[in-house]
Design a protein around this ligand. Structure first.
Ligand SMILES: CC1(C)Nc2nc(N)[nH]c(=O)c2N=C1O
Length: 161
């Protein structure tokens, strides 16, 4: 099996509830085991500011699914949260499940880019990720987590106790 890291985000319809229940659903994925999840964070929107704050988290999963199969499962969970696709690209959403890292794989297909190309400059991903990943972890084709964190300010990312 490989270890996959999943980014969770929501800023519509009770985001804390959306993320909490998505974490529950991740424990029920076939051929997968939820290993850990971060705290929840309240984060300022990246992109258009005229939208609500997000709730973000990161989870790690041991899985024997391949990346595309896992993506299918994640998109199915998004659907159960009434994720209305085709809405504004950077607009608000009930639930985003992003496949951030899939073992040592680097994938670049029309459906899937892994590791997630924007994660290196997103504190709303790096801070929760650093709670559950080894700080020296190498992110395939991108560099070390600790080096990415160093150039991020925690501004606009608040851990919820
Ligand atoms: C619109 C965009 C880029 N901004 C975000 N901003 C924050 N803070 N959290 C997100 O999960 C998030 N997701 C996105 O897709």
């Amino acid at each position: 099996s490989v270890i996959a890291y999943i980014g969770l985000g929501s800023n519509l319809d009770n985001p804390t509830q959306q993320v909490e229940s998505a974490l529950q659903e991740l424990t029920a994925l076939t051929h997968s085991t939820l290993l850990a999840h971060s705290s929840l964070y309240k984060t300022r929107p990246v992109g258009p500011q005229n939208q609500p704050y997000y709730i973000n988290a990161v989870a790690s999963l041991a899985t024997t699914l391949d990346a595309e199969e896992l993506l299918d499962q994640l998109q199915a969970i998004e659907q159960t949260h009434r994720r209305v696709r085709g809405t504004e690209r950077w607009g608000p959403r009930t639930l985003d499940l992003d496949l951030l890292i899939f073992g040592e794989a680097t994938i670049d297909t029309p459906r899937l880019r892994v590791p997630h190309p924007e994660m290196a400059d997103r504190a709303f991903v790096l801070l929760p990720l650093s709670e559950i990943a080894p700080i020296g972890m190498d992110i395939p084709g991108m560099g070390r987590l600790q080096d990415m964190l160093r150039i991020q300010s925690g501004e606009g990312v608040e851990r919820l106790d």
